[in-house]
Design a protein around this ligand. Structure first.
Ligand code: DAH
Length: 347
């Protein structure tokens, strides 16, 4: 019987060692210690023993039972610790694995240039204003001294909404001059960027919609020298101090005198040639046209209730796309509007 008990203990320990789940351990507990278990079966034979043997075997059986119970508790603790460990491992988050980067967009290159231009003008005291894209012919043309029958009013150039050619998509930002002078008294300094519309086919340098930036300064004693000084300063701030500018006489109905400002081509430095070939940036001109400008026509001041004997002013209008193309070295206007991310990502 002693042998039997020793055998039960050895087998029990081996089985407990092999059990790796709480369920397996519970099954073992029933098999080893339960009422129908192996140990109980042995104890039932105690009656057959002699009086001397009985207490000795009883003690041995109890110690075997205690040893198995103890080992069972140890194994239970070990198995539940292992189960917990495995669970933690399976659910672990490795915070060192690189995350999935969220692609952040950025400003459109044209808006970047617009923002830079606005910053420069705001620094010089200009007020930035916005105006309607659907405009009246009186603001877009008449009060700017562009008379009936002027070619720029032609239906082939302008998008009209009505049969009487009174309401249109503004063809220039210059009507903002009128709107601003109507509501502000001199001295005044304003900048009006915005969309303009013309019946143009889209090509490398034309689009039926593009952006202009209008500027207007009216005060006592403003001269052409102020115009030159302000525009050269602004262009150098945008294109760099080494940029070279020139002014050419021109004609606009709403300014007198009028001029255009050009910048010396940054690629051929005014020669019109690069390595014996016609310069592709200025098409051999040596100069790139930047804007139209002039001294505000006395009639335009009068049309806004400002006394031209007392006040004078200058105005200018530049193409934003042209500025951005020069600044960012973009060679096709359509790229600015296509919004192809392969293009936009380059800025
Ligand atoms: N509005 C003119 C255009 O679209 C540009 C311009 C020229 C604006 C001279 C002005 C100016 O304010 O003084 O071609």
């Amino acid at each position: 019987m002693k042998e039997q008990l020793e055998q039960i203990k050895r087998n029990a320990f081996a089985a407990l060692e092999a059990a790796s789940t709480p369920a397996a351990l519970e099954e073992l507990r029933v098999r080893l210690l339960g009422k129908k278990g192996e140990l109980t079966a042995v104890l039932k034979q105690m009656g057959k023993l002699s009086a001397e043997e009985r207490p000795v075997m009883g003690q041995l059986a109890n110690s075997v039972r205690a040893a198995i119970e103890e080992e069972l508790e140890i194994r239970k603790a070990a198995v539940s610790a292992a189960v917990l460990e495995a669970k933690l491992e399976a659910e672990a988050v490795d915070v060192t694995i690189p995350g999935q980067a969220i692609a952040l967009g950025h400003q459109h290159p044209m808006n970047m240039v617009l923002q830079q231009i606005k910053d420069i003008f705001v620094g010089m005291g200009y007020t930035v204003v916005d105006g309607p894209e659907v405009e009246l012919a009186s603001y877009n043309f008449t009060r700017l001294n562009i008379e009936e029958g002027h070619p720029s009013r032609d239906r082939s150039d302008t998008f009209y909404f009505d049969d009487n050619d009174q309401v249109l998509l503004r063809t220039q930002t210059s009507p903002m001059q009128i709107r601003f002078m109507e509501t502000h008294k001199p001295p005044l300094c304003m900048l009006a960027p915005g969309r303009v519309f013309r019946k143009d086919e889209a090509d490398a340098t034309h689009s039926p919609m593009f952006h202009q930036i209008e500027g207007l300064v009216v005060a006592e004693g403003i001269t052409m020298g102020d115009l030159k000084g302000a525009l050269v300063k602004i262009m150098k701030a945008i294109y760099g101090q080494e940029a070279v500018m020139r002014f050419r006489p021109h004609h606009f109905p709403f300014t007198e005198p009028s001029c255009e400002m050009d910048m010396q081509c940054h690629k051929c430095h005014g020669t019109g040639e690069v390595d014996g070939q016609v310069c592709s940036t200025c098409h051999g001109e040596g100069w790139i046209e930047l804007l139209g400008a002039g001294m505000v026509h006395p009639k335009v001041l009068e049309n806004c209730g400002i006394d031209p004997e007392k006040y004078s002013g200058f105005a200018f209008g530049m193409g934003l796309e042209r500025m951005a193309m020069g600044r960012l070295r973009i060679n096709d206007l359509r790229l600015i509007f296509d919004n192809d991310v392969r293009f936009l990502n380059q800025f």
